[in-house]
Ligand binder design. Structure first.
Ligand SMILES: [Cu+2]
Length: 267
């Protein structure tokens, strides 16, 4: 009862904001969108069939580092929604800046900004953004233009996914039922597309949308890999949600693995 009284105003505000009076119409539109989104990449892949793949045998293996001390993570207060709270045996901490003892910086989107020569087939396999324990997984993801983007609610509580890109059209959808899936796509390249949930304001995720498959996201040790590059010279950019971007120009040769390091400075 306590939970309902706390969540109800937010729920009503969200449903009004997105023009949705009940879950059933949303279910229907989600299905329609899913079908439309999955057919577009299939057509694109078909259109590019027979063209030589614009990929090669060079790789970049790099590390993103943080110079200085990361700001202290804060404990996330989920008690407003017991469905969130009860799914975590231990406290959850903010992940705005996550660095390990060696300065490896997690959650950095690293991609080829200039130099990739397409066209590139669009994968039909979706990139999935899961909502579980009132937390987005993954926090940072890469996706190709027109690739299916599947948003899943694995929680028995309402989430809304509020995306406000700067180049692609914004959307704000409600997923009130556990197991709901909605498929979207991004039609233009854009780095740092932000996803928020208005019910649980601590939830954040970010996407890098690119026209090619040459991207990676740094792991807990700051390491990333960009594989399958043709020999050539590329501008590589690293994007972090708090620290912005760094770029470097790098040349790679066939069959070679080239190392690359980015360093952000703690603020
Ligand atoms: Cu939520």
């Amino acid at each position: 009862m306590t939970r309902c009284s706390r969540i109800a105003p937010a729920l009503i505000a969200i449903l009004v904001a997105i023009g949705c009076g009940s879950s059933k119409p949303q279910d229907a539109s989600a299905t329609t969108e899913g079908q439309a989104a999955s057919s577009a990449p299939a057509q694109a892949a078909q259109a590019s069939a027979g063209q030589p793949a614009a990929t090669g045998s060079a790789s970049i293996q790099g590390t993103v580092r943080l110079n200085g001390t990361a700001p202290a993570a804060e404990k996330v207060k989920m008690d407003a929604d017991p469905v969130c709270q009860q799914q975590h045996a231990s406290p959850v901490y903010t992940e705005d800046v996550v660095a390990d003892a060696n300065g490896g910086l997690k959650h950095v989107f690293v991609y080829v900004k200039e130099g990739a020569k397409g066209p590139f087939p669009v994968p039909t396999q979706p990139v999935v953004l899961n909502q579980q324990g009132c937390w987005y997984t993954p926090r940072v993801l890469g996706i190709q233009v027109n690739q299916p983007f599947e948003i899943v609610n694995s929680d028995g509580t309402l989430h809304n996914i509020n995306a406000k890109p700067g180049v692609n059209p914004p959307f704000n959808i409600a997923q009130p039922v556990k197991g709901m899936k909605t498929t979207k796509k991004f039609t233009k390249p854009e780095i740092g597309v932000t996803f928020k949930c208005n019910v649980h304001p601590w939830m954040r995720a970010f996407a890098g949308v690119v026209e090619h498959p040459f991207f990676g996201v740094s792991g807990a040790d700051g390491a990333f890999t960009i594989a399958g590059l043709p020999a050539g010279t590329y501008v590589i950019e690293a994007w972090h949600e708090q620290y912005g971007t760094k770029t470097q120009t790098i040349s790679v040769g066939d069959g070679e693995t080239t190392s690359l390091e980015f360093t952000f400075t703690a603020q």
